[in-house]
Ligand binder design. Structure first.
Ligand code: ZN
Ligand code: ZN
Length: 142
């Protein structure tokens, strides 16, 4: 397995069921960007090579974070990976699969077992409870 699973260390998986409305693809992008601590402007500056390109990237990120928006192509999600941690496979599942089949995603930071938070003391985060990771409850991320 490529990624270490972040199954709960102490919380049984049966208690991890999250009854709240599913995280939307747009919310996922917003959570991952916010967790990176970078503004839309900072991310555009990292990704784009020219000033006019930066304006396009800013518009793209704003669009991707607009509720109800689903990217036509995962290429735009892959583009964001140059600036912050986001998983196109998770995005694809949120966009195309029934909520029952969504991966568990932290409602605080958008992490999943595909892209766990890395914390100073805890290492990779685990599930602290339904839809919340230990990186959000007590970790200090790198
Ligand atoms: Zn989290
Ligand atoms: Zn986490």
């Amino acid at each position: 397995m490529l990624h270490a699973p972040i199954l709960a260390r102490s919380v049984p998986s049966s208690t991890l069921h999250d009854d709240r409305p599913p995280i939307t693809p747009a919310r996922y992008v917003g959570l991952r960007r916010a967790a990176s601590g970078k503004s839309i402007e900072q991310i555009a500056a990292l990704i784009a090579t020219t000033a006019s390109n930066q304006a396009e990237v800013r518009a793209l990120i704003r669009l991707l974070e607009t509720p109800g928006t689903v990217a036509r192509s995962l290429d735009s999600i892959a583009l964001l990976q140059a600036a912050f941690s986001i998983d196109p496979a998770v995005y694809h599942q949120l966009a195309t699969e029934h909520a029952d089949r969504h991966p568990q995603i932290c409602r605080g930071c958008g992490c999943s077992q595909n892209d766990a938070c890395v914390c100073v003391e805890l290492g990779n985060c685990a599930w602290a409870g339904p839809g919340i990771c230990t990186g959000c409850t007590n970790g200090e991320r790198f």
